[in-house]
Design a protein around this ligand. Sequence first.
Ligand SMILES: NC(=O)c1ccc[n+]([C@@H]2O[C@H](COP(=O)([O-])OP(=O)(O)OC[C@H]3O[C@@H](n4cnc5c(N)ncnc54)[C@H](O)[C@@H]3O)[C@@H](O)[C@H]2O)c1
Ligand SMILES: [Zn+2]
Length: 355
Amino acid sequence: MRTVRVNALSKSYDVLIGKNAVEALGEEAKKVCPGALKVLVVSETNVAALYLDPVKAQLEGAGFEVTDYVFEAGEQNKNINEIAGMWNKMAEAGFTRTDFVVGLGGGVTTDMAGFAASTFLRGIKVIQLPTSLLAMVDASVGGKTGIDIPMGKNQVGAFWQPSLVLEDISFLKTLPDEVFTEGMGEVTKHAFIMDLELFDKLGKANGDIRSDEDLLEEIVCMNVSDKASVVGEDENDNGRRQTLNFGHTVGHVIERDSGFTKPHGICVAKGMGIVIDACVRAGTLAKEDADKMKDLLKLYKLPVTDDITPEAIVEGAMNDKKKRGDTLSVILVNKIGQAEIRKMNKEEFLKFLSV
Ligand SMILES: NC(=O)c1ccc[n+]([C@@H]2O[C@H](COP(=O)([O-])OP(=O)(O)OC[C@H]3O[C@@H](n4cnc5c(N)ncnc54)[C@H](O)[C@@H]3O)[C@@H](O)[C@H]2O)c1
Ligand SMILES: [Zn+2]
């Protein structure tokens, strides 16, 4: 098992990564939640059918009284009604502040389990068991939790660091191919903004990191380390953490314009492709590097462009929650593995995006 330590200001914790890592859950939970008697396992229908029983068995084997809350899979259920359902389950079972939550699922689940934990009794512990590639390399690490409201995605939430993240690489075997590909959007993003070694490794793997579980484990671990280092420096998203938004300012607009029917990772890849081209035009990125980056996206079956207009991007981006005042923090890449945060107003952003 590999360990990545996350040293956020508010809390330090381990991310344990390995094949069959779930077998360590009972013992590890006892270590990080001393005094806990009860646990709520939050999951959704698809994942629960596959993994709820072994997870519950682990926790019961460690002596915890286990309750579960299973919601219908899908982003459309990432809402306050499900959170209220989790609160009620815990209240009915007599949870106290030393008890804890386990989030078992993709990013939808880990975001909601974290948010329910952050609010119940003003905050109880959460252990994350991510089951999708995206949740392993991104959503479960770093403490951003939340839900969607009709006005927008992730508009309500809290920074709430987990007490432990346990990443069982074997869980990825059942992940549908297209969902795996979506996760590659965030993996390639980490390579582009901060990790040349990862970039090279992905290139050498030639579009397939799934068939070799050892390689997959190593790559997940590299991504978790990348995310951990950024979160350690800037937990609350005021500085370097913003570089993780590479491709996202544009990607979010494409995602929202599709009524959230286009997957997040795909939209991020399109956003990255659009920004990569803009960086070349702005002279911050060599054409040769840009071509290599887009080739990597294509190698992993990700798109590199979209027919959205620069005007529509700028209009949409000015309504984004990440905007501060009248300026946007746009993330540029100067060379493979190195990002820059540049403040732009509406006119500057339009000029940057326009051919
Ligand atoms: N908190 C953060 O920092 C952060 C970062 C990125 C994304 N997110 C959030 O993450 C969410 C997207 O995450 P996601 O792509 O994992 O979505 P998801 O949770 O909906 O999972 C995607 C699909 O894969 C299925 N699935 C998951 N694991 C599986 C497995 N092992 N086997 C078979 N099927 C499996 C799910 O049932 C679902 O159908 C969004 O809500 C996004 O806002 C949060
Ligand atoms: Zn993302």
